[in-house]
Ligand binder design. Structure first.
Ligand code: NAI
Length: 247
């Protein structure tokens, strides 16, 4: 029997990459899944794999940066599942540019999805978890939110914001038996990083002590740990999954 048997998990940005791997891992360990992404059609693959594994899965078209879309989506999930035990705030984007060239729109777009999206979803879900008096929240940050990166002042600020937000949530929600932690991945092979120029990828590989890029599954393992009872006394923490890059 899996550790999440009888539990309901919500994963945002679950159509591909780290979000998909996290949803599949939680399902393999027994959770029923509410998965959301911008477009329901994109989620079909994730949902297909989960339902093949025998778990219940429902898909929701939610734009995490839009409060109306979030309110409607979470209301639909509450109607369908009646509870949410695990929340994984994974939806995220990059829109890189050097500071002096960065437009206000590039700044706003990244902050809106990565930081405001995490706030909007967590606010709506925490109301449900507070009623239950239990829950585990795992926010996907990034090592860039810890160490910064040239060309990513918007992204690094959004992820540093996610880390600080996680710590405040952990303190505020602990009295209702809700834990909140963050995972800070390093360089993980997904569509987000495949889009980077080859020479940038090579340079990054040189800087990874374990000499390989991470996989979405490497991150999913840590998400499942933080979401599960094995981490029952862990809250407000940031766990890096970066092959030893940030120590
Ligand atoms: P990805 O681009 O492969 O997947 C992101 C998913 O989020 C996509 O399915 C996309 O449709 C969805 N999404 C984007 N905007 C959304 C919105 N407004 N509402 C709902 N869904 C939305 O990216 P990847 O690599 O899987 O990243 C997942 C998370 O991990 C992100 O938060 C990213 O910042 C973080 N991360 C990724 C790293 C990497 O090396 N790939 C490293 C560190 C952090």
């Amino acid at each position: 029997m899996g550790q999440f048997e009888g539990k309901v998990a919500l994963v945002t940005g679950a159509a591909r990459g780290i979000g998909q791997a996290a949803a599949l891992k939680l399902a393999r360990e027994g959770a029923d899944l509410a998965v959301c992404d911008l477009d329901k059609d994109w989620l079909a693959e994730t949902a297909g794999i989960i339902s093949d594994s025998g778990r219940r899965v429902e898909t929701y078209s939610v734009n995490v940066s839009d409060s109306k879309s979030v309110q409607e989506g979470i209301a639909d999930i509450e109607r369908d599942f009646a509870r949410i035990d695990v929340l994984v705030n994974n939806a995220g984007i990059t829109n890189d540019n050097l500071l002096v060239r960065m437009t206000e729109d590039e700044w706003d777009r990244v902050i809106d999805v990565n930081l405001k999206g995490t706030f909007l979803i967590t606010k709506a879900v925490s109301r449900i978890m507070m009623k239950q008096r239990s829950g585990a929240i795992v926010n996907i940050a990034s090592i860039i939110g810890l160490i910064g990166n040239a060309g990513q002042c918007n992204y690094s600020a959004s992820k540093a914001g996610v880390i600080a937000f996680t710590k405040s949530c952990a303190k505020e929600l602990a009295a209702r038996n809700i834990r909140a932690n963050a995972v800070a991945p390093g360089f993980i092979k997904t569509k987000m990083t495949d889009d980077l120029p080859e020479e940038v990828q090579k340079k990054m590989l040189d800087g990874i002590p374990l000499k390989r890029f991470g996989t979405p599954e490497d991150v999913a393992e840590v998400v499942a740990f933080l979401a599960g009872d094995a981490a029952g006394y862990v809250s407000g923490q940031v766990l890096t999954v970066c092959g030893g890059m940030v120590t």
